[in-house]
Design a protein. Sequence first.
Length: 137
Amino acid sequence: MALRSDDFSINTVIGEGSAVSGDLRINGSVRLDGDVRGDLHTDGNVQIGERARLCGNLTAKSAIVGGIVLGDIIAKESVTLLSSAAVIGDIISQKVQIEEKVIFHGHCISIKDEAKYLASSERYLEAKAIRTKAAFA
């Protein structure tokens, strides 16, 4: 895979010691070293540092996680969980890499073929939404 310049540029940084409450929609790549309580949506890449915490769902092109995520991760291209990561939630991506010593509790859908990935992830998300609604009924 050829590297592009946007693979290395970061448009938004939420620094260590920062705390954000609420859903975020960001254009471009994000580096998270602080705490976010809410969903994080971006069309770019996300890096979550070792001391960072995300209590919400993450939607991105790709994600590298070194901190804590309490929520689902949906990243079309790839998800990498570093050895310091803890994820309590589901992961949906075409490529998933998990290092040793990671804490992961959830379901994982990883299908390389794009058409099959899109169909499977859509079915899974619909079924999950139905189960969630039924649980609160």
